[in-house]
Design a protein around this ligand. Structure first.
Ligand code: FUB
Length: 345
């Protein structure tokens, strides 16, 4: 949404109608990936700043430089900013744009996964390691071999396997990797290299991680989303197809793949029987928030399920100055999720 479009919103009224308030207000935060580690809630968000970059459809204005981990003792307690966890200047391969991260915990170590643009202008995904869930994190010298695009989300399955889901269209560059090699033609176009509307949509990627969580153990595979007839969603199906911000959680033995539809601003989900999919489209989890982007994670805390998400209400609609929030989600008996509307009527 261009920033001029928000002039008509009365933010005082909107904030009163909001189903939740920003978890922290002293900094801008976005793209919250939430986990419970050792009984405590840890949120791994982007740290939004205004770096003075002009708005464009490649997301150049999302010029973030570092990460802070936010923690909460319980879902109703204050959210604590644990300070600098990783800065782009400490990552040898990364030049800029520290976008949506995630984290995993294994054998007493904590792994921060993050996308950033390298000096060649190409997004890759890196990993940094710490003995503490809040960092500071020590980055690996190189990006993960074979990684590309943005928005890593790491899911630990019940058998102890870890899978990374990733990908994002437009500025996230997923469409430039359709042949397996980065397509650098039309560098300023966010939509060049996208499929035609009547072709299958581009898919997020999923890959099993190595035991040390530092590398991919295989080539990334497509996360296929099927419609009610068993056909892959089409690229022109903008209200349902994957755009960015993938997430995977398991509920009652089923795998739930959720994601943002980007330019139509929904958080949607699909259900499958394997971490690799395919997944069948089910519906919307979150209607559009104020701000262009919508990005989420889903986390179980004390036997209830929560959607962590963001909006731009605190900055009065500035697209790249967002705030993380949390709201409870509920399931129906058939496993479907009730859609949340972020502001009450
Ligand atoms: O925060 C930068 C980008 O905006 C994320 O990587 C996308 O998912 C969108 O939220």
């Amino acid at each position: 949404m261009p920033e001029e479009a928000i002039d008509h919103i009365d933010f005082e009224i909107l904030n009163k109608k909001a189903i939740s308030q920003p978890l922290v207000k002293h900094i801008y935060t976005a793209d919250p990936s939430a986990h419970v580690f050792n009984g405590k809630i840890y949120i791994y968000p982007s740290h939004d700043i205004d770096a003075g970059e002009a708005f464009d459809d490649l997301g150049s204005h999302f010029a973030m430089e570092d990460y802070h981990v936010i923690s909460m003792e319980s879902i109703n307690s204050d959210a604590v900013d644990n300070g600098l966890a990783l800065h782009v200047n400490d990552v040898p391969w990364a030049e800029k744009q520290m976008w949506a991260p995630d984290a995993a915990h294994k054998d007493g170590k904590y792994y921060l996964f993050f996308p950033a643009k390298g000096y060649d202008g190409i997004f890759r995904i890196g990993v940094a390691v710490s003995n503490s869930p809040v960092g500071s994190f020590i980055p690996q010298p190189e990006a993960i071999k074979g990684s590309f695009s943005i928005d890593p989300a790491v899911f630990e399955d019940e058998d102890g396997s870890y899978y990374m889901y990733f990908g994002g269209l437009w500025g996230g560059q997923l469409q430039r990797w359709r042949t397996g090699i980065f397509n650098a033609e039309h560098p300023d176009s966010p939509t060049a290299h996208l499929p035609e509307n009547n072709e299958p949509a581009l898919n997020a990627k999923v890959v099993k991680m190595t035991n040390d969580l530092l590398e991919f153990s295989e080539n990334p595979r497509d996360v296929v989303i099927l419609d009610e007839n068993g056909n892959p969603l089409l690229a022109g199906d903008n209200e349902r197809r994957f755009f960015e911000g993938p997430w995977l959680h398991k509920y009652n033995g089923k795998y739930y793949f959720s994601y943002s539809t980007g330019d139509t601003h929904f958080i949607c989900y699909a259900i499958g029987d394997s971490p690799y999919g395919p997944f069948t489209y089910q519906g919307k989890i979150l209607n559009p928030v104020v701000g262009w982007t919508s990005h989420h994670s889903i986390c179980e805390v004390d036997n209830k399920w929560y959607l962590f998400y963001h909006d731009s209400s605190l900055s009065k609609g500035v697209t790249h100055l967002r705030s993380i929030k949390v709201a409870e989600i509920t399931y129906n008996e058939d496993g479907t999720i009730n859609t949340l509307t972020p502001y009450k009527d």
